[in-house]
Design a protein around this ligand. Structure first.
Ligand code: GDD
Ligand code: MG
Length: 340
């Protein structure tokens, strides 16, 4: 089966990590997020992933020079300009010559969902499109999808105001689509699958959805990007992943507790690192504290500094000795270039 994987967004919520890289190329426990996503699809018989690219496409093309990722053949479709989710699916599917039933997925979702069951349900219901659903505590950040008892979708409400969602089952970002859906998507302009295509299909009664309570996280925010990595090392998805890269150096007088330490990183004596990601080649100086934070590659954290409360530090930055950061961004937002 072919799968269109949407990876063209700007990753705005993950800035400054995404100033130089698309979010799906950020590492999760040392492996680019896209590889976790494609490995999950491969387990359900996907043989070709059509990457729908927009923002910084070269990052993907350079990372997989042999044109495969997790054993799956890659096809690249680079949009001339952002076409939004449905426009991107159409552009990529046509570029790759899709003529049969296919999958489309949001490339920032990390999940153990049973795609095989989704396809089987789609087949049985005779739907034109089938959406996977997952339950969440706060549906307002997502596409909210009420259904009847047979799984027929009654409406699709993208990001409703807090407290107004009719259900807490939301669009999990994986779809089975008949090729006829492509004919419904206008050419040459932005089209949102969530705001335009799915509401139209729901109104005609040809959109179905299947819920699952399998592991599911949209890794598009600092908190959830950190969560998917802590879940891997905690063993919430099978055997625990190694947390500390063997190519890093952790002083015997440092404390590391539930933290991902990248290759070539150095944690000096007296430092404490907890519930955080330390990127490859980053140095955490003596007696510094890093907690609940994300530090990209090649950063230097000065002696005695504290970096706390979901602080995000971009690649190659320096934190002065003794500095105190909490819920901060380095470099700060007022220095970020406009989206290009
Ligand atoms: N190629 C391309 N072009 N890709 C795009 C574009 C575009 O113009 N816009 C967004 N994407 C990609 C992003 O890179 C991401 O992988 C995916 O499409 C979804 O975009 P997000 O920006 O991450 O959307 P979201 O998380 O706010 O909401 C979406 O995902 C939720 C589940 O995680 C929606 O589909 C919601 O309905 C859904 O609940
Ligand atoms: Mg997302």
């Amino acid at each position: 089966m072919q799968a269109v994987v949407l990876v063209g967004g700007f990753g705005t919520r993950l800035r400054p990590l995404t100033l130089h890289r698309p979010k799906q190329m950020l590492p999760a426990c040392g492996v680019p997020m896209i590889e976790h996503v494609i490995a999950g699809l491969a387990r359900h018989g996907v043989t070709e992933a059509i990457l729908s690219l927009g923002y910084r496409p070269d990052a993907f093309i350079d990372a997989y020079p042999d044109g495969t990722c997790a054993g799956v053949k890659l096809t690249y479709a680079v949009e001339p300009e952002p076409l939004d989710t449905a426009g991107a699916v159409r552009f990529a599917a046509l570029a790759a010559g899709v003529t049969d039933r296919f999958l489309a997925v949001n490339g920032d979702v990390v999940t153990d969902m049973d795609v095989t069951a989704l396809v089987a349900f789609h087949e049985k219901s005779g739907a034109e499109a089938t959406i996977s659903l997952t339950p969440v505590d706060d549906p307002s950040r997502y596409g909210v999808v009420p259904t009847d008892d047979d799984g027929r979708v009654l409406g699709f409400i993208e990001k409703p105001p807090p407290g107004e969602a009719p259900t807490n089952w939301i669009n999990a970002g994986a779809y089975v689509l008949e090729p006829s859906v492509l004919d419904r998507i206008a050419d040459g302009r932005k089209v949102s699958i969530e705001r335009e295509t799915f509401p139209a299909l729901a109104a005609q009664g040809t959109l179905f959805a299947l819920g699952s309570d399998a592991y599911w996280v949209d890794a598009g925010t600092p908190a959830t990007y950190l969560d998917i990595q802590l879940d891997l090392i905690d063993g919430r998805r099978g055997s625990p992943w190694p947390a500390v890269d063997p190519g890093s150096t952790v002083s015997p007088d440092a404390t590391v507790d539930r933290a991902i330490i990248g290759a070539g990183a150095v944690i000096e004596a007296g430092a404490r690192v907890e519930r955080s990601m330390i990127g490859a080649g980053t140095r955490v100086g003596a007696d510094a504290i890093v907690a609940d934070s994300i530090i990209d590659a090649d950063v230097v954290i000065g002696e005695g500094a504290s970096v706390l409360e979901l602080t995000v530090i971009g690649r190659g930055e320096q934190v002065p000795a003794g500095a105190r950061l909490a819920d901060d961004r380095v470099p700060p937002p007022d220095t970020w270039p406009p989206k290009t």
